[in-house]
Design a protein around this ligand. Structure first.
Ligand SMILES: [Zn+2]
Ligand SMILES: [Zn+2]
Length: 212
């Protein structure tokens, strides 16, 4: 089983995820720690659980989600994986970040580019990449079929969906992404969101006011 540890980082309360297996291999998704204390929290967890981090990934390029990229890259020396369409956000991050009080000193060049249908491996476990634009260009979700969860970034929330009023956002594109890529999954798949509580595909299918 792929274990999931959730952290809540930075003033935007981003859910950061560590996924790891029984042999200690680990990947990080949106490890958005943006203070020394937040980094120490993450580091302590990795050390105490003897985890070997393989790579880290961003669900999308919004500054609250990439705010830990430089510290994670510097401290762990692991590659960043992202969808190519999210690249413009990365180069903007120091400037945009400054507007919101983030300390983003440099941008990390991605070492891995992910596209729809690609597979990310954590040892024997596989995560399937779902390309889900609409909230932001280059948004991707990480679906773990064996372990029945999907990490969705800001695409879908409990009772809501991602905002579409920011650059590259588009309402119809977002709804199409959710319907085509997420609502085709089973009802019992856990949905791990970029902010706030988790939900399931079935709950959102039946009660999300943007989808029913
Ligand atoms: Zn976002
Ligand atoms: Zn966000």
């Amino acid at each position: 089983m792929l274990k999931v540890k959730t952290f809540v980082f930075n003033p935007f309360q981003v859910n950061a995820y560590a996924l790891y297996n029984e042999t200690g291999e680990c990947i990080l998704i949106d490890p958005a720690c943006n203070s020394a204390n937040e980094w120490l929290t993450l580091e302590k967890f990795l050390t105490e659980n003897k985890l070997k981090t393989l790579a880290f990934y961003n669900t999308h390029g919004h500054v609250d989600h990439v705010a830990g990229n430089s510290i994670v890259h510097e401290k762990l020396n692991i590659p960043l994986g992202i969808h190519r369409d999210a690249l413009p956000f990365l180069s903007e991050a120091p400037r945009t970040g400054a507007l919101f009080g983030f300390n983003i000193t440099n941008t990390v060049e991605p070492g891995i580019y992910l596209a729809d249908g690609d597979i990310v491996r954590v040892g024997n476990y596989e995560l399937k990449i779902l390309h889900t634009p609409g909230h932001a260009a280059g948004s991707i979700c990480f679906y773990a079929p064996e372990d029945n969860f999907v990490i969705v970034g800001d695409v879908l929330f409990k009772g809501s969906i991602g905002r579409t009023d920011l650059p590259t956002g588009d309402y119809d594109t977002l709804i199409a992404s959710i319907n085509d890529k997420l609502m085709t999954l089973d009802d019992n798949v856990r949905v791990l969101c970029g902010h706030g509580p988790e939900t399931t595909i079935g709950k959102e299918r039946n009660s999300n006011p943007f989808l029913v």
